[in-house]
Design a protein around this ligand. Structure first.
Ligand code: C2E
Ligand code: MG
Ligand code: MG
Length: 374
């Protein structure tokens, strides 16, 4: 006898499997909710304890201690987000992570190994003197050469490095690598490189680190680079937090002989008077102002910034100079230095000695500046 479809044994098996799986799904759902509720209380307690430790009220922490606290805080935050998501998402736990979140988690996992796998690379962008028509230094810009995703720009991975606390190790590596590179160039081509400087970007966590001056002093000592060759770029937002501690670090750096540049000037909202109380040597006008130079308003803003800096005895570097017209205007408005694609893009280290030493290539950049000076 041919059994009818509905009474086939595999059908009832399927039905019971289905009801079992929905039952399991339901209990998995319930278990997830229970776990989430159970996690909430200790996580809140841990968060409170971390905040207390971070505040310094229980005493100072070593660098390592601070780093651990940052990592623990970011992990607790992530668990908190997960518990909230579990409680809000009633259908499936798998769907808790969006494609973007999964991609970000993978990137974070890969970034943890980027340094040891030698995937971080530095590029050097020339900074030129508009007055003398020569290259006076370079800004050091980090890139991540990811094995499958290709080159990832800093704007994408520096925030991730800051969130995970990896920025402290990455920042130290950038500083050491850049100082060592300039030292190497000075050894091989002393007369061409002796006046050149490197500017390294610092993130807010590095500046908030009380041992930063000591670690920079050690790097300068190890790499035999004179302190006046190193410039540190900091943004307005990084000096807003923990004001007193940051001021102490900045003044210690000044004592070391390392100059401080304020980066992306005009994009933050810090108090101008407080900003200018700090031991700053150079103000970098943000690219967004340079882009507005074709308008009267843009011209007015750049002139106002250049006058302010001039009256305070601070030099100005205009960032993101892309056209000859912009370079000419900047020079007329009193900017001493410029940086941007008009002069040169960020370059790999191998491209720098030929640029500085070969007459033909260095003349190209100098020629552009010379045009500007006409
Ligand atoms: P930044 O310090 O303001 O660096 C200048 C950025 O402008 C660089 O982007 C540079 O490639 C780009 N740039 C230069 N000239 C021009 C131009 O003429 N036109 C345009 N459109 N762009 C120009 P990049 O390399 O992508 O770096 C972005 C930001 O990432 C940097 O901004 C800096 O804040 C951060 N960064 C880069 N390297 C490091 C690092 O080693 N440590 C930290 N903490 N931050 C870094
Ligand atoms: Mg910079
Ligand atoms: Mg900038």
């Amino acid at each position: 006898m041919i059994s009818d479809q509905s009474s086939h044994p595999s059908d009832s098996l399927f039905a019971s499997a289905k009801s079992l799986s929905s039952c399991l799904a339901l209990s998995a759902e319930q278990a997830a909710l229970d776990i989430s509720h159970e996690l909430r209380t200790p996580l809140t307690v841990i968060q409170g304890a971390l905040e207390l430790l971070e505040s310094g009220r229980l005493g100072p922490l070593s660098d390592q201690g601070q780093r651990l606290i940052q990592i623990a805080t970011s992990n607790v935050e992530r668990l908190m987000r997960l518990t909230i998501a579990i409680e809000q998402e009633s259908e499936s736990i798998i769907s808790l992570l969006s494609t973007e979140e999964l991609a970000r988690l993978r990137l974070e996992r890969d970034l943890r190994h980027a340094l040891e796998r030698r995937q971080l690379k530095l590029q050097y962008q020339p900074i030129v003197s508009l007055a003398t028509g020569t290259i006076i230094g370079f800004e050091v810009l980090v890139r991540w050469q990811h094995p499958t995703l290709g080159t990832i720009p800093p704007i994408q991975f520096i925030p991730l490095a800051e969130k995970t606390g990896l920025i402290l190790d990455i920042g130290t590596w950038v500083l050491r690598e850049a100082c060592y590179q300039l030292h190497q160039w000075r050894q091989h081509y002393f007369s061409e490189f002796q006046m050149l400087t490197i500017s390294v970007n610092l993130s807010c966590q590095q500046i908030a680190c009380p041992s930063l001056p000591q670690s920079i002093q050690q790097i300068l000592c190890e790499t035999e680079l004179p302190a006046h060759c190193l410039k540190l770029e900091i943004t307005e937002s990084s000096i807003k937090e923990s004001a007193a501690a940051v001021e102490l670090v900045l003044s210690q750096l000044q004592v070391l002989g390392v100059q401080l540049y304020i980066d992306d000037f005009g994009t933050g909202y810090s108090s101008l008077s407080r900003l200018l109380e700090l031991p700053l040597d150079v103000l970098k006008i943000d690219r967004s102002f340079v882009q507005q130079l074709s308008s009267k308003r843009g011209e007015f803003l750049v002139r106002a910034i250049a006058n302010l800096a001039h009256n305070l005895g601070i030099d100005v570097i205009a960032e993101g100079v892309e056209t000859e017209e912009q370079a000419l205007k900047l020079q007329a408005l009193g900017c001493q230095r410029g940086q941007g694609y008009f002069f040169a893009r960020p370059l790999d280290s191998q491209a720098i000695p030929p640029l500085i030493c070969n007459l033909s290539t260095s003349l190209q950049v100098a020629g552009r500046v010379a045009n500007v000076r006409v």
